[in-house]
Design a protein around this ligand. Structure first.
Ligand SMILES: [Zn+2]
Length: 270
């Protein structure tokens, strides 16, 4: 077992090491790797739903940023390698059931077939533009199915809130109020429960930092999805570049033993 404070010390040492070496410098907003969505993704193309992992990416309040430290380089030995220090829930990442549920499946135990699924994208960005606490509700699912048909079994349902537009300014993405509470859209707990029990989804995704709306203290969407053995993916990118139905998502989850989640490469196949 590695106590949390030991992990924290290792992380802090890595940060100090990185700062001394000036690897990333005082990266301004312009240095953020913000991937512009392709204007019109064509059938047969692949859309990357993953943010580039950088130390500047916004993090859930209290979680430290990602750090990469070169430990070998070409000039000394012929091969380059870096040591990484990161919270599992960093950047575009998966939440395994274990993240929320004692005894739940760790990320290495997720079924491979559940990581490839029909991709459903439900857009609530118009509402999210004026209400940071808005949620994807049962009414949104009804409306979506009236337009696009019933959500098929074993699909992955992603909530598109448009929050990605805030990414260049991390503080705007986290969106803390004066009391230190974050505000961002997420799944309403009843909608998440419905998707699991009535539509048998494999997982749910958001373009924000949390499956629940960020000011939630009940975390009902996390409980509904992860508690049922399904997985979540947070901080998805480019959801505006994929159709509401018809694409296939590939969730390239990490596979470390006992993991509660981790950064992943998520692709949409059109
Ligand atoms: Zn997470």
């Amino acid at each position: 077992m590695c106590a949390p404070h030991i992990v924290r010390v290792a992380h802090d040492q890595a940060v100090a090491h990185t700062t001394r070496r000036g690897l990333f410098g005082a990266a301004g907003l312009a240095a953020l790797a913000f991937t512009a969505a392709p204007a019109a993704a064509r059938s047969g193309s692949v859309v990357d739903l993953t943010h580039t992992l950088t130390p500047q990416l916004p993090m859930w309040p209290g979680s430290p940023s990602f750090v990469a430290v070169p430990v070998a380089w070409h000039a000394a030995g012929g091969f380059a390698q870096q040591a990484l220090a990161l919270w599992e829930h960093t950047g575009t990442h998966i939440d395994a059931p274990l993240h929320r549920t004692p005894g739940g499946a760790s990320v290495d135990r997720l079924a491979a077939e559940d990581l490839v699924a029909p991709l459903i994208v439900i857009d609530i960005s118009a509402r999210a533009a004026t209400d940071a606490d808005t949620t994807l509700t049962l009414a949104d699912i009804d409306d979506f199915e009236a337009r696009h048909g019933r959500i098929p079994p074993r699909a992955f349902v992603a909530l598109h809130s448009g929050w990605e537009q805030r990414l260049p300014i991390a503080a705007a993405f986290v969106n803390l109020d004066p009391g230190g509470t974050p505000h961002a859209p997420g799944f309403d707990a009843r909608a998440a429960e419905f998707l699991v029990t009535q539509r048998d989804i494999v997982g749910a995704g958001v373009d924000t930092l949390s499956l629940d709306h960020a000011s939630s203290r009940e975390f009902g969407a996390h409980t509904a999805v992860l508690g049922a053995g399904r997985y979540g993916v947070e901080m998805l990118a480019n959801l505006g570049a994929v159709p509401p139905v018809g694409a296939t998502v590939v969730v390239g989850a990490p596979k470390h033993a006992g993991g509660t989640g981790g950064p992943c490469r998520v692709l949409a196949l059109l």
